[in-house]
Design a protein. Structure first.
Length: 207
């Protein structure tokens, strides 16, 4: 906690769980930190070997040591899933963070046989990709490497509702809150797996 307890440190690591980022990209996600404090936190994380930086010092990424924090940090997100039942703040909601939680929460059995390359546009400039292969889900801040990915467009609140199972993809499409271009069946199956995972975690915590 002497290392991770500093304000902003865990949030910086959380951003890097979605893949390498430039200094300006991290700052853009948490502008209140300010460039000086961000520089200080990045310097500390680099000194302990949790992150690496490119030769030009413009891009930062988690090291193998830093990757050891993936499950604990995502675990904090999973702990907070029941808190979303009271509603989602549209000003702070982030679909990519819910998707990131699902990389750990979703059972590989539910993803077995599913292959999907998907780019998500969650509005307000939020874009990320979800890749499912060999029973594993990968979420990245960058677009899919596929030449023809499936695209999903919805606001963050809708994405979160679909992930929690409080709204079905078919109903969201009918209402115009969700648009899918590509493998509709695979996207629906993925959201069903998300909902199952979220409901299992919520039930376990309330038991």
């Amino acid at each position: 906690m002497d290392v991770l307890g500093e304000r902003w440190t865990v949030l910086i690591l959380r951003e890097l769980l979605l893949g390498p980022k430039r200094f300006t990209q991290i700052l853009g996600r948490m502008p209140s930190i300010g460039p000086n404090r961000l520089t200080d936190r990045l310097r500390t994380l680099h000194a302990i070997g949790a992150i690496s930086k490119s030769e030009s010092a413009t891009e930062y990424a988690l090291t193998e040591f830093g990757e050891g924090l993936r499950v604990p940090i995502i675990g904090l997100g999973l702990w907070g899933l029941p808190l979303m039942s009271d509603g989602v703040d549209p000003l702070t909601a982030r679909a990519d963070m819910v998707a990131l939680c699902m990389t750990v929460a979703t059972s590989p059995r539910r993803l077995a046989g599913l292959a999907l390359e998907c780019d998500v546009d969650a509005g307000a400039g939020e874009r990320f990709s979800m890749t499912v292969s060999e029973g594993a889900l990968l979420v990245r801040s960058r677009p899919s490497t596929s030449s023809a990915p499936t695209t999903v467009a919805c606001d963050a609140g809708t994405f979160i509702a679909l992930s929690l199972g409080t709204q079905k993809p078919s109903a969201a499409c009918e209402s115009g809150r969700l648009a899918i271009d590509g493998d509709v069946e695979a996207v629906g199956r993925l959201f069903d797996a998300f909902a199952d995972a979220a409901q299992r975690h919520t039930a376990a915590q309330s038991a």
